[in-house]
Design a protein around this ligand. Structure first.
Ligand code: 9MR
Length: 378
């Protein structure tokens, strides 16, 4: 199957030229709301177009920045959103709903309602789940960050959290982002803003992997970060750390690149090369949070040229993953601009996902579908 993917890469690129002629105006709004008229329509879905051993995922919108927007919770309230979520994807990642501040709002209280709903939805729709995340410097509750705990208490708190959260979903989560964004851009460990590393030292990272593995021996355990798409100081730091941990027998199974890309910058040409060096360590690799933001013109509508460039970035990120033997999980960070985090965090930028706000498919969507289909060899 994988060999087929290499052979068909050229085909995928060729297939791109066709859908790229459609701009936003030509997008096919609400295609997913209609019933499927004939058997070929199966391949209309990203999840069905993909090679058999390859999952295509999305973040499940909710929590985080959504709480400050003037719409209700997307996952539970938006029927069209849910329909597309179930229909198009074979993997889901809770965007915020498994983070500390969400599932562990008080020291002695967990709240699994939203996370349970996502895992249940995934099971009903034949989807796998990426758990996100266990050890991070961000989105931790106040009670933890400001609690003034001793080192012994902090260690016990982390152990209990990992054991409880991972244990709850044991056997139901395909991949866990155990450690998220532990290095800064220079490749130095976050010894100040990451409470765990600051208070307990770098050895706590290995412990988190060990505890997660004990709680769910089947889940694949990952390091996950942004800005590590290329071979650079930060990804070098992961390369050295994962080698070291593997040597020590720590259960580390994967390295993933978030891939929050921008058309302001060139596409990371060496993404495939970078993934390959982790693959050579016998680690799984994954693309976990792909989106491609752009500077919006005054109209707020991307130009055809911008759409085309964006589709090209999506296609190249997917092709890089497809080309690497154990890169089997490819996730976009939301599928509709309606709920994207990008405009909230980057003023003047947006349109970063593969569907418009009213779920019209952009050239980037078609690029993903045709690339998957070519890799599958249909
Ligand atoms: O998309 C998430 C957004 O809703 C939250 O407000 C934000 C808070 O930091 O986190 C976003 O998701 C991040 C992910 O968890 C880790 N990688 C970067 C993502 C985008 O910021």
């Amino acid at each position: 199957m994988r060999r087929l993917r290499f052979l068909t890469m050229a085909l995928a690129t060729a297939a791109l030229s066709l859908p790229l002629t459609a701009g936003v105006a030509g997008a096919d709004p609400a295609a997913d709301r209609q019933s499927v008229p004939h058997s070929n329509a199966r391949l209309d879905r990203l999840r069905d177009a993909a090679p058999e051993d390859f999952v295509v995922g999305t973040a499940v919108a909710g929590g985080g920045h959504h709480l400050e927007q003037d719409y209700p919770d997307p996952f539970t309230s938006d029927k069209t959103y849910r329909k597309i979520l179930g229909r198009q994807f074979s993997s889901v990642s809770p965007e915020n709903q498994m983070k500390w501040e969400f599932v562990h709002p008080e020291r002695d209280r967990y709240d699994f309602e939203a996370a349970d709903a996502i895992v249940g939805f995934a099971e009903r729709h034949g989807q796998v789940v990426r758990g996100h995340t266990l050890l991070w410097h961000s989105q931790n509750p106040q009670w933890l960050e400001q609690g003034g705990f001793s080192k012994e208490e902090l260690r016990a708190i982390l152990r209990e959290h990992v054991t409880t959260v991972v244990g709850r979903y044991a056997g139901r989560i395909q991949q866990w982002d155990v450690a998220n964004e532990i290095f800064d851009d220079r490749g130095d460990l976050r010894t100040q803003d990451n409470i765990w590393i600051r208070e307990l030292g770098p050895g706590i990272i290995a412990d988190a992997f060990r505890w997660a593995h004990e709680a769910d021996p089947k889940a694949k355990l990952f390091f996950n970060d942004y800005g590590v798409e290329s071979v650079n100081a930060k990804s070098d730091a992961y390369y050295a750390l994962t080698q070291d941990l593997i040597r020590q027998g720590v259960p580390v199974h994967g390295f993933s690149v978030q891939a929050h890309l921008s058309t302001r910058y060139a596409f990371p040409e060496d993404l495939e090369t970078n993934l390959r060096r982790f693959d050579a360590l016998r680690l799984e690799t994954a693309v976990t949070e792909l989106d491609v933001r752009m500077d919006l013109p005054e109209t707020g509508m991307p130009t055809d040229a911008q759409q085309k460039q964006q589709a090209d970035y999506y296609q190249r990120a997917l092709s890089a993953c497809l080309s690497v033997e154990d890169c089997n999980s490819f996730t976009i960070w939301g599928f509709t601009d309606k709920y994207s985090w990008v405009p909230v965090f980057f003023q003047g930028e947006g349109a970063a996902t593969v569907m418009t706000e009213d779920f019209g498919r952009k050239p980037a969507f078609h690029a993903l579908r045709s690339t998957l289909q070519a890799a599958r060899g249909d």
